[in-house]
Design a protein around this ligand. Sequence first.
Ligand code: AMP
Length: 645
Amino acid sequence: MSAYNKMSVKDIDVSGKRVIVRVDFNVPLDDNLNITDDNRIQGAIPTISYLVNNKAKVIIMSHLGRPKGEFKEKYSLKPAAVRLSELLGKEVVLAKDVIGEDAFAKVNALQQGQIVMLENVRFHKEEEKNDPEFSKKLASMADIYVNDAFGTAHRAHASTTGIADYLPAVCGFLIEKEIAIMGKALENPKRPFVAIMGGAKVSDKIGVIKNLLDKVDTILIGGGMAYTFEKALGRNIGKSLCEEDKVELAKELMDEAKAKGVNLVLPLGGKAAKEFKNDAEMKVFKENYGDDWMGMDIDDSTIELFSQYIKTAGTIVWNGPMGVFEMPNFANGTKEIARLVAESNAVSIIGGGDSAAAVEQLGYADKITHISTGGGASLEFLEGLELPGIVALMDKKVRNTFVAGNWKMNKTPNETFDFITKLKDQVKDATTDVACGVPFVCLQKALDAAKGTNIKIAAQNMHYEENGAYTGEVSGPMLKEMGVEYVIIGHSERRQYFGETDETVNKKAHAVFKYGMKPIICVGESLVQREQGVTDDLVRYQVKIALLGLTAEQVKTTVIAYEPIWAIGTGRTATNEQANEVCAVIRDTVKNLYGQHVADALIVQYGGSVKPSNAKELFEMSDIDGGLVGGASLKVEDFTAIVKY
Ligand code: AMP
């Protein structure tokens, strides 16, 4: 589930920034527009409080009900704004519109730590159409987008997904918790792993059952959907709910379970009624029902059978009631399963909807590890589907960061010694890897000064041959013997002035590994190439050729530096987004060549007028893992400041 390793509000600096947060305040209201259950608002409090306490200017957006694209008073978020204000003990200003004059005026007036709530995003039909112009408008109000609406994360709407195209996008604490707990249960469950599936229809849960068959030890099936399976076994199910066109599929699922060694457990019997009514005549049947009877709940023997699995489970995932629990006479099965799940020592996860309501009504909520706030979203998550509202967020960095200085043709050996002697105290506690790329003749002094410190030394070039008639060149074995760890290859200046080509870069990369060092490979486009729109293709090509023939293990320890030539020493810088985009292209190229795990490990540096004033924001971008720093690496204070970001 690496697709869900997302950056959270904690991974980004929100102080003083305008932060637009998508929450799920789609709360139930009575006829007088009073909120009857404020769980969803409570769920968003941790994220909102964090933003307020960290001095963000907070803009809140949500949908409520189905106003079908037009303003309707009864779908106003006013009750939610009032309730949120009560819960926070703080003013929440409600805008009269979503992207209109009033919203912009109120957002512009926001001070640090203050909150504005936009009106219902579904007052615009563009919301559910994920309209790019509407997304852009929403994005234009803010500097950062936070998604904390798990309940709508399975919908690709403008305020959940589209907006992430235009802003740095991270998740809030609610989404973080949902994906952490459910992700862990699916990926690395405590065993035995027991799934309990119920509810009306098999057809709604086929995907979930299929996905879980690869993960669980046992599936207990109850509720209306059980009868389709029972029919597949040849039992008489009377008038019970049955999806005739799914009987064959039920058979297949049972065969698949058997083949995979999963216990698929069906009810032993059920409570049946003559009519679909609470006070209808009632009778308990074992396996085969009478022709006129319909199964409405699981019976005691089934509860007993299921309890044996629940009591010994390590992880439980439950979705869907065991019977028509809305009718008190047929609620016992669902209640008993809720009690058993609450009393078990297992990690227990309830996938929203009716089963969550049952657990809450019975007062067991605090005994459950996690009750998902999103019925549909949690089902899709359990199905193994990607939730668009989460996929759109920036990935968490799983890599180290690495800041390397490229001194170019600067500093003498003695200056080098002094520089590194000063630098080593400044960066000794750095959390990032640090290197200095120095001229050949300075290498020895640099290595002497850096000995026993966390500073690594890089050469700025190397010949690919081991030795021979190459006047003026330096080879791998020479550098290795000195103790050099990294070699910068393919820098744009070498490509421009010294005839370096993609082919020689590739030969050098092989040689660097052959002699036990690691390459920092530079790629990047010129201004003309950028203007012609060939940046992505060119960079993909450069990366492909540079890595040709390297193994996955080698590429995992390779550093690729993206240097837009037009931004080197010109004072022009790429915007954070431009830089990140190309770094993402580099990673994607590696992913296509070597797979996700290699791409995840690859360090991609950005180089091109990196300075203390822009380093922090650049290094916060999802695909930038540090920098190859030119001019600013020649001053101890500047380089230190950059390293500390
Ligand atoms: P779902 O939304 O698929 O989780 O289904 C929940 C609905 O399934 C509830 O409204 C239950 O009343 C219904 N249900 C559960 N068991 C039965 C049953 N044996 N016959 C008819 N409906 C049922």
